[in-house]
Design a protein around this ligand. Structure first.
Ligand SMILES: Cc1ncc(COP(=O)(O)O)c(C=O)c1O
Length: 431
């Protein structure tokens, strides 16, 4: 029986497939697992609770939406996909490589990439019956060997060129001008694989549409969501409409769709707040004896996600909050002015509690009697506040309270950055 099966396999399974070994994932029990570039940290409890609430409302009895329009809208907002570009979703970007190969395959068609490069380009070329050509990287610095690459492009006329930007496994970012030369020389499609986009500011995403043969591929795997299996391709509609035809229906399951929407919403507010607060640039220094620092926090409540960056100045055992940059996603912004005012009010109210809100008991009696011994934030202590609203197509959610709970952790994080010490009690105090 076994021999008979082996005979039939030999007769029917393509020799190049029989010669392969299946994708091997080494056992990692007991090791610090770094080989797959996953985020080693799980979601914080608060996000897990939010996800549990979403999962409870998610029907698994129905097929998922085949086009996942809500997830695509969230992706567009969270990663800044050019509005004129199309988006295609894959069960991981591996599946997108496969869709591209299936659509472009032919007996004499070539997949071209660099070696060492991401192993799945070669593997999937083989699965699809295409010829793989790998152009060696420069030995000195793993840079692109541009003359050799351009020669190979002219000689092989590849149906598709894959370049990982930054590259895996070498970890370097190729020169942008080299990539442009390849795009301009290639007769077919060029896929700039930005799987490692979370590790660099360099990207071709904003230039999709500039060349007729450029598409950009991304994944959520390397931003900490490898378990969701979600990749996306951004490019001109003419290409993506063809790839849609080989996409299996319902390839993005409903739990992945909802979980990615939740995570991307948080990412969008966090990044907007960080960008508007110039998080990547150093803060202006304080006066002699002062330390200045920033802290950030994100919180979801009443269906609204808020991120705040607090800037503090610490001197001796005292501190003041100079500025707060707040980003909010409350669905469709019906009245932006009121949303801004609510966030400002929430920050003032939350700061009052964070700095002063303390009721003490003595001999069974509350000691505080009125505002003279239960202080509130004074107008002179109100920080400068900038509020930014994330564009959204979600239904409107709350704006009254969601600005409040974010400010204390943002300020506590800023104090930790300034002093190296964690304040874990309210009201916040360095004394
Ligand atoms: C360069 C590159 N592209 C694509 C992928 C595949 O990512 P996904 O998890 O989305 O299938 C990886 C995964 O390691 C990668 O390194």
């Amino acid at each position: 029986m076994v021999d008979e099966a082996a005979d039939r396999v030999a007769a029917w399974v393509r020799p190049e497939i029989r010669a392969l070994s299946a994708y091997h994932v080494p056992e990692a029990a007991g090791l610090v697992k770094l080989d797959a570039m996953e985020n080693p940290y799980a979601w914080p409890d608060e996000l897990r609770d939010a996800w549990a609430a979403v999962a409870r409302e998610t029907g698994v009895n129905r097929y998922p939406h085949p086009q996942a329009p809500e997830l695509k809208a969230q992706l567009r907002a969270a990663v800044g996909i050019p509005p004129e570009a199309d988006v295609l979703l894959g069960n991981g970007s591996d599946e997108i490589i496969q869709m591209i190969a299936l659509a472009l395959a032919g007996p004499d068609r070539v997949v071209l990439s660099v070696d060492p490069g991401f192993v799945m380009y070669r593997m999937i070329a083989l699965f699809a019956g295409m010829r793989y050509v790998g152009v060696p990287l420069r030995e000195t610095d793993f840079g692109l060997d541009l003359p050799a690459l351009l020669d190979a492009v002219r000689r092989e006329r590849p149906a598709v060129v894959f370049v990982a930007y930054p590259n895996n496994p070498t970890g370097n970012l190729f020169a942008e001008s080299d990539l442009v030369a390849v795009i301009e020389a290639a007769p077919g499609l060029v896929v700039v694989d930005e799987a490692y986009a979370p590790f660099t500011d360099a990207s071709f995403l904003g230039r999709v549409g500039r060349w007729p043969n450029l598409v950009v591929m991304r994944t959520v795997s390397k931003m900490g969501l490898a378990g969701l299996r979600l990749g996306y391709l951004v490019g001109p509609a003419a290409w993506l409409q063809e790839f849609e035809k080989v996409r299996l229906p319902y390839n993005i399951n409903v739990l992945t769709q909802r979980a990615a929407e939740l995570a991307l919403r948080h990412k969008a507010v966090l990044e907007l707040a960080a960008q508007k607060a110039d998080w990547s640039k150093p803060l202006a220094p304080g006066k002699a004896g002062e330390k200045r620092a920033r802290g950030v926090a994100v919180h979801e409540s009443f269906g609204t996600v808020v991120a705040q960056v607090a800037e503090v100045t610490v001197k001796d055992n005292t501190f003041r909050v100079d500025r707060v940059v707040c980003a909010v996603d409350c669905g469709i912004a019906v009245n932006p002015d009121i949303i801004r005012a609510q966030m400002e009010g929430g920050i003032g109210f939350g700061l009052s509690a964070a700095l002063y809100g303390k009721v003490t008991l003595k001999d069974g009696l509350v000691e505080q009697s009125n505002f003279h011994d239960y202080p509130l934030l004074r107008i002179s202590e109100m920080p400068a506040i900038d509020v930014h609203i994330v564009p959204s197509t979600e239904k409107p959610s709350g704006v009254g309270e969601p600005g409040v709970p974010v400010i204390a952790p943002a300020v506590a994080n800023a104090l930790a950055a300034a002093t190296g010490k964690r304040v874990r009690a309210l009201p916040l105090s360095l004394a």
